[in-house]
Design a protein around this ligand. Sequence first.
Ligand SMILES: [Zn+2]
Length: 382
Amino acid sequence: MSETMRASRRGLGAGLRATAKVLPEHARAHNRALVLQHLFHEGPTSRADLARATSLTRVTISDLVNVLLAEGLVEELGVQPGRRVGKPAILVGMRTDAYQIVAVDLSDDAVMRGAVLTLTGEAVVRRSLAVEGRSGDDLVDLLTRFARGLLSAASRPVIGIGVGSPGIIDPSGRVVEAPNRAWFDLPLAGMLTDRLGLPVQVANDANTAALGEYTYGGAAGSMLVLTIGQGVGAGIMVDGARVHGAGDAAGELGHVTVVDGGEPCACGRRGCLETVLSVPALRKAVAGLDTEEADAVLAAAGRVLGTTLAPVVSALNLAEVLLSGPAELVDGALRQAATDTLRTRTMPAVAASLRLRMATLDEDVVLAGAAVLVLAAQLGVS
Ligand SMILES: [Zn+2]
């Protein structure tokens, strides 16, 4: 890894897809992110077209490309085909296979899953490890060993490590609380960075899922990913930026009361969305029913979901709601009822531009999003 890559380890700020020029002191890192962002999403581009696309001068682009060439992040790919007029333009492309990312998904209570990914999100190595009931410091130690194993399995220099974890996690990667892991006020990203000697990003698993769907799954910039598993969580993006909220708990829809005096919840209250919509709750509700009866039960859960989401979707004018969970439970009567309920409970201007669909990245969604955490922090790409 070059010195410049090392210098950039602290990251380029929390912003995601860069779209406009900013203050001079941030300009260099920002411009670099603009160029990488364009190459990442649009593919090989000539310097002249990069200048046009980013509204930067040709001199600035030329300097930036020289730095990126020296870092090994981009390469020259020969002459642009089909151009007959003027000087032939040499295409510049991002070397998405030159570096790798290590990603870890902690969303499953029983198993930690990890992967070594290319910069374009393809998993080249996959590993998983039973958690065996570990929590607190023991779990941090296990996670450290697991990440070390993945690092040694990488076949290219690793630019960073991303971790998606349950719980409330602040932008610095400090776990405010993750009760099921016995993590409270734990500076997880800082600890792992010290132990592993590489930059580590940690974010809530549902937020991470939203990033994964945004960057690798083609989701809209204003959207919500609802993760339906042991619990229920949501990651929200508005206008291409992750929503953190005042206490870093944006998206915690799982513990909104939806049934007065309903089933007891793990949080100590009753009738939370999680008691209706989590996978264990849905499985229990449909157990022993025939298809028609099960569909009626799932549709009822879908109506509860639609009712819960309507004010959220309206307040934020979201373009998409993505459901991430077992298709046999979620992608049928439940999704249809949620869609119908959302449409009847929101004004046409909101409903017309709204799509409610299944997430596309399936069980890899948190891993993919953890990789995006690293891409965004190290390269300014998302
Ligand atoms: Zn609850």
